[in-house]
Design a protein around this ligand. Structure first.
Ligand SMILES: O=P(O)(O)OC[C@H]1O[C@H](OP(=O)(O)OP(=O)(O)O)[C@H](O)[C@@H]1O
Ligand SMILES: Nc1nc2[nH]cnc2c(=O)[nH]1
Length: 179
Protein backbone atom coordinates (compact mmCIF):
# COMPACT_ATOMS: atom_id res chain seq x y z
CA UNK A 1 0.00 0.00 0.00
CA UNK A 2 2.58 2.60 1.06
CA UNK A 3 5.05 1.11 -1.38
CA UNK A 4 3.12 2.57 -4.32
CA UNK A 5 4.41 6.04 -3.26
CA UNK A 6 8.06 5.00 -3.32
CA UNK A 7 10.28 5.86 -6.29
CA UNK A 8 13.24 3.83 -5.08
CA UNK A 9 14.52 2.01 -2.02
CA UNK A 10 17.93 3.32 -0.90
CA UNK A 11 18.55 1.09 2.11
CA UNK A 12 16.76 -2.18 2.84
CA UNK A 13 15.55 -3.46 6.20
CA UNK A 14 18.13 -6.24 6.05
CA UNK A 15 20.98 -3.78 5.48
CA UNK A 16 19.83 -1.74 8.48
CA UNK A 17 19.68 -4.86 10.67
CA UNK A 18 23.19 -5.94 9.65
CA UNK A 19 24.65 -2.47 10.19
CA UNK A 20 22.89 -2.10 13.57
CA UNK A 21 24.50 -5.35 14.72
CA UNK A 22 27.93 -4.06 13.65
CA UNK A 23 27.52 -0.70 15.38
CA UNK A 24 26.04 -2.38 18.48
CA UNK A 25 29.05 -4.71 18.72
CA UNK A 26 31.43 -1.77 18.34
CA UNK A 27 29.64 0.23 21.07
CA UNK A 28 29.73 -2.84 23.34
CA UNK A 29 33.54 -2.87 23.01
CA UNK A 30 34.06 0.87 23.17
CA UNK A 31 31.88 1.39 26.28
CA UNK A 32 32.89 -1.73 28.19
CA UNK A 33 32.90 -1.03 31.96
CA UNK A 34 30.65 2.03 31.55
CA UNK A 35 26.88 2.54 31.68
CA UNK A 36 26.16 5.09 28.97
CA UNK A 37 22.87 6.92 28.61
CA UNK A 38 21.35 6.19 25.23
CA UNK A 39 19.60 9.39 24.23
CA UNK A 40 17.02 9.06 21.49
CA UNK A 41 16.03 12.20 19.63
CA UNK A 42 12.29 12.10 19.00
CA UNK A 43 10.64 11.26 16.87
CA UNK A 44 12.67 10.01 13.93
CA UNK A 45 15.27 8.00 15.83
CA UNK A 46 12.87 5.48 17.39
CA UNK A 47 12.94 2.62 14.83
CA UNK A 48 16.75 2.75 14.50
CA UNK A 49 17.24 3.11 18.27
CA UNK A 50 15.02 0.06 18.88
CA UNK A 51 17.11 -1.93 16.40
CA UNK A 52 20.42 -0.74 17.83
CA UNK A 53 19.89 -1.10 21.60
CA UNK A 54 19.14 -4.81 21.25
CA UNK A 55 22.68 -5.26 19.89
CA UNK A 56 24.47 -3.49 22.75
CA UNK A 57 25.64 -6.07 25.29
CA UNK A 58 26.49 -3.89 28.30
CA UNK A 59 24.22 -2.02 30.72
CA UNK A 60 22.77 1.15 29.28
CA UNK A 61 20.08 3.58 30.41
CA UNK A 62 17.67 5.18 27.99
CA UNK A 63 16.11 8.62 27.80
CA UNK A 64 14.63 10.87 25.15
CA UNK A 65 14.65 14.47 24.00
CA UNK A 66 12.54 16.15 21.38
CA UNK A 67 13.78 18.99 19.24
CA UNK A 68 12.58 20.23 15.92
CA UNK A 69 14.22 21.95 12.99
CA UNK A 70 11.82 20.89 10.25
CA UNK A 71 8.33 22.27 10.34
CA UNK A 72 6.49 20.15 7.78
CA UNK A 73 7.40 19.38 4.21
CA UNK A 74 10.99 18.97 3.13
CA UNK A 75 12.39 22.40 4.11
CA UNK A 76 14.32 23.38 7.21
CA UNK A 77 13.62 26.62 9.04
CA UNK A 78 17.27 26.84 10.11
CA UNK A 79 16.50 27.13 13.81
CA UNK A 80 16.34 24.37 16.40
CA UNK A 81 13.54 24.39 18.95
CA UNK A 82 13.51 22.47 22.23
CA UNK A 83 10.24 20.57 22.53
CA UNK A 84 11.03 18.20 25.40
CA UNK A 85 14.14 18.33 27.59
CA UNK A 86 15.74 15.59 29.70
CA UNK A 87 15.15 15.24 33.40
CA UNK A 88 18.11 12.89 34.00
CA UNK A 89 21.16 14.79 35.40
CA UNK A 90 23.97 14.46 32.85
CA UNK A 91 27.01 16.01 34.53
CA UNK A 92 29.93 13.58 34.13
CA UNK A 93 27.88 11.04 32.15
CA UNK A 94 28.64 9.27 28.90
CA UNK A 95 25.79 10.08 26.54
CA UNK A 96 25.26 8.30 23.24
CA UNK A 97 22.95 10.42 21.10
CA UNK A 98 21.05 8.31 18.57
CA UNK A 99 19.73 10.10 15.49
CA UNK A 100 18.07 8.99 12.28
CA UNK A 101 19.87 11.49 10.05
CA UNK A 102 22.41 14.32 9.99
CA UNK A 103 21.75 16.80 7.21
CA UNK A 104 22.58 20.47 7.85
CA UNK A 105 24.04 19.43 11.22
CA UNK A 106 22.09 22.17 13.03
CA UNK A 107 20.14 19.78 15.28
CA UNK A 108 23.16 17.80 16.47
CA UNK A 109 25.41 20.81 16.89
CA UNK A 110 22.77 22.40 19.12
CA UNK A 111 22.30 19.20 21.15
CA UNK A 112 25.99 18.42 21.49
CA UNK A 113 26.82 21.92 22.70
CA UNK A 114 23.89 21.94 25.13
CA UNK A 115 24.81 18.58 26.69
CA UNK A 116 28.54 19.35 26.84
CA UNK A 117 27.71 22.63 28.53
CA UNK A 118 25.86 20.53 31.15
CA UNK A 119 29.02 18.46 31.67
CA UNK A 120 28.28 15.34 29.61
CA UNK A 121 30.70 13.44 27.39
CA UNK A 122 28.85 13.15 24.08
CA UNK A 123 29.10 10.44 21.42
CA UNK A 124 26.96 10.60 18.28
CA UNK A 125 25.44 7.67 16.40
CA UNK A 126 23.42 8.31 13.26
CA UNK A 127 21.67 5.89 10.94
CA UNK A 128 22.11 8.16 7.89
CA UNK A 129 24.58 10.90 7.01
CA UNK A 130 23.83 13.36 4.22
CA UNK A 131 27.26 14.99 4.13
CA UNK A 132 26.51 17.35 1.25
CA UNK A 133 23.73 18.98 3.28
CA UNK A 134 26.05 20.29 6.01
CA UNK A 135 25.77 23.98 6.99
CA UNK A 136 27.70 23.67 10.26
CA UNK A 137 30.66 21.53 11.19
CA UNK A 138 29.64 18.37 13.05
CA UNK A 139 30.51 14.71 12.55
CA UNK A 140 29.06 11.48 13.88
CA UNK A 141 31.30 9.03 15.74
CA UNK A 142 29.39 6.06 14.28
CA UNK A 143 27.46 6.20 10.99
CA UNK A 144 25.12 3.60 9.56
CA UNK A 145 25.10 4.75 5.94
CA UNK A 146 26.27 7.81 4.01
CA UNK A 147 23.49 8.88 1.60
CA UNK A 148 23.27 11.31 -1.34
CA UNK A 149 21.65 14.73 -1.01
CA UNK A 150 18.06 13.57 -1.56
CA UNK A 151 15.02 13.83 0.70
CA UNK A 152 14.41 10.39 2.17
CA UNK A 153 11.60 8.79 4.17
CA UNK A 154 11.09 5.59 6.12
CA UNK A 155 12.58 3.82 9.14
CA UNK A 156 11.62 6.82 11.30
CA UNK A 157 11.99 9.57 8.71
CA UNK A 158 8.82 11.41 7.74
CA UNK A 159 7.27 13.55 5.07
CA UNK A 160 4.60 15.66 6.81
CA UNK A 161 4.65 13.14 9.70
CA UNK A 162 3.89 10.24 7.35
CA UNK A 163 5.98 7.29 6.09
CA UNK A 164 7.92 6.90 9.39
CA UNK A 165 6.63 3.32 9.57
CA UNK A 166 8.13 2.14 6.29
CA UNK A 167 10.54 -0.74 7.06
CA UNK A 168 13.22 0.68 4.71
CA UNK A 169 14.68 4.05 3.65
CA UNK A 170 13.49 5.33 0.31
CA UNK A 171 12.73 8.29 -1.92
CA UNK A 172 9.13 9.33 -2.62
CA UNK A 173 7.65 9.72 -6.09
CA UNK A 174 7.42 13.35 -7.20
CA UNK A 175 3.61 13.15 -7.48
CA UNK A 176 3.33 12.55 -3.70
CA UNK A 177 4.67 16.08 -3.04
CA UNK A 178 2.34 17.59 -5.61
CA UNK A 179 -0.79 15.67 -4.54
O1 LIG B 1 20.97 17.93 10.45
P1 LIG B 1 19.64 18.62 10.42
O2 LIG B 1 19.46 19.43 9.15
O3 LIG B 1 19.36 19.44 11.65
O4 LIG B 1 18.48 17.53 10.27
C1 LIG B 1 18.38 16.38 11.03
C2 LIG B 1 17.19 16.43 11.93
O5 LIG B 1 15.98 16.60 11.18
C3 LIG B 1 15.06 15.58 11.52
O6 LIG B 1 14.29 15.91 12.63
P2 LIG B 1 12.94 16.75 12.64
O7 LIG B 1 13.23 18.10 13.20
O8 LIG B 1 12.29 16.65 11.29
O9 LIG B 1 12.07 15.98 13.71
P3 LIG B 1 11.50 14.48 13.70
O10 LIG B 1 12.61 13.56 14.13
O11 LIG B 1 10.40 14.53 14.69
O12 LIG B 1 11.03 14.19 12.29
C4 LIG B 1 15.95 14.41 11.92
O13 LIG B 1 15.27 13.52 12.77
C5 LIG B 1 17.09 15.09 12.63
O14 LIG B 1 16.81 15.30 14.01
N1 LIG C 1 12.38 12.94 6.42
C1 LIG C 1 13.54 13.57 6.31
N2 LIG C 1 13.94 14.42 7.27
C2 LIG C 1 15.14 15.01 7.09
N3 LIG C 1 15.78 15.90 7.88
C3 LIG C 1 16.94 16.20 7.28
N4 LIG C 1 17.07 15.56 6.12
C4 LIG C 1 15.96 14.80 5.98
C5 LIG C 1 15.50 13.90 4.97
O1 LIG C 1 16.13 13.62 3.94
N5 LIG C 1 14.29 13.31 5.20
Amino acid sequence: MLEKDIEKVLITEEEITIRSKEIGAQLTKDFEGKTPLILGILRGSIPFLAELVKRIDIHVEMDFMAVSSYHGGTKTSGEVKMIMDLDTPVNGRDIIIVEDIIDTGLTLKYLKELLEHRGAKVTIVTMLDKKEGRKVEIEADYTGFPIPNEFVVGFGLDYDEKYRNLPYVGVLKQEVYMG
